[in-house]
Ligand binder design. Structure first.
Ligand SMILES: Nc1ncnc2c1ncn2[C@@H]1O[C@H](COP(=O)(O)OP(=O)(O)OP(=O)(O)O)[C@@H](O)[C@H]1O
Length: 237
């Protein structure tokens, strides 16, 4: 059996990103300690998804440095970053609609050489509802079921760091609670960077918080200590 991976330290320094002439990220610096959960908050258009897409390599960073346990990811392809242990659950889930739940999980595990391990069983153990949907095409699942599958699929690659883009968006409360319990259970095992608009959810699960506004970090700290007024000033529409 392949042993589970150790959580990695994710470090970002001086990250800039442009779309054409428009600068969307400005000197982003953040650190997520191994096994901790950092929530990135901010209004629509603040740059949260762009930050995640830069971390995954889906869009090239204009300037800056991204490192996982000190190993530089900057300028590596998305595939190389994924192989380094970075998993991404995008907004909208992007599961394969024509593949069954089982096949969605197997494709991910196989891409990481984990199809003959317990990686899928371990991921599905966190979302037992997926067992009852095993042979259903991904496209036939509800939004909440798809979100659980998307997170399980990412976990089936045994990541060292997990990037989640708004996992609660449009999801029914019972499944939001299940997702919250899973993220809480990953503490100490997988480093998590969570982009969220659902403030209460983010503050409950995160060990630390970064607030983005117009591409810059404007607040950061421990969610138990941060001034709620400072948070809502940058988040409320
Ligand atoms: N492909 C693109 N081309 C040009 N501009 C873009 C592109 N994608 C995003 N933008 C712009 O970049 C800025 C940041 O967008 P981004 O999607 O990262 O914000 P966000 O904080 O994730 O917002 P949301 O919560 O709505 O997803 C916005 O002004 C957006 O309009």
């Amino acid at each position: 059996m392949t042993p589970a991976s150790q959580p990695a330290r994710l470090a970002v320094e001086g990250l800039d990103q442009h779309y054409g002439s428009a600068q969307v990220l400005r000197g982003i610096a953040l650190t997520v300690e191994p096994g901790a959960c950092l929530a990135v908050l901010g209004r629509n258009g603040a740059g949260k998804t762009t930050l995640l897409r830069c971390l995954t390599g889906l869009i090239p960073e204009s300037r800056g440095r991204i490192a996982l346990d000190g190993t530089e990811l900057t300028r590596l392809s998305p595939d190389r970053r994924a192989r380094s242990g970075l998993a991404y659950v995008p907004q909208g889930r992007e599961i394969f609609p024509d593949l069954t739940v089982a096949e969605n999980l197997r494709v991910a595990a196989r891409a990481h050489g984990l199809e003959r391990t317990d990686a899928i069983d371990e991921a599905v153990a966190l979302f037992p509802a997926l067992r009852g949907l095993w042979h259903r095409p991904g496209g036939n699942l509800s939004g909440g079921q798809q979100q659980q599958l998307a997170i399980a699929r990412a976990l089936a690659t045994r990541p060292r760091a997990l990037l989640l883009d708004e996992p609660t968006e449009g999801i029914q409360p019972s499944i939001v609670a299940a997702i919250e319990a899973v993220i809480a259970g990953l503490k100490g095992r997988i480093t998590v960077l969570l982009v969220e608009q659902y403030l209460d959810f983010a503050l409950r699960v995160a060990d630390s918080v970064v607030v983005l506004s117009r591409g810059s970090v404007v607040e950061r700290g421990d969610p138990k200590v941060l001034n709620p007024e400072a948070l809502t000033r940058h988040i409320a529409v």
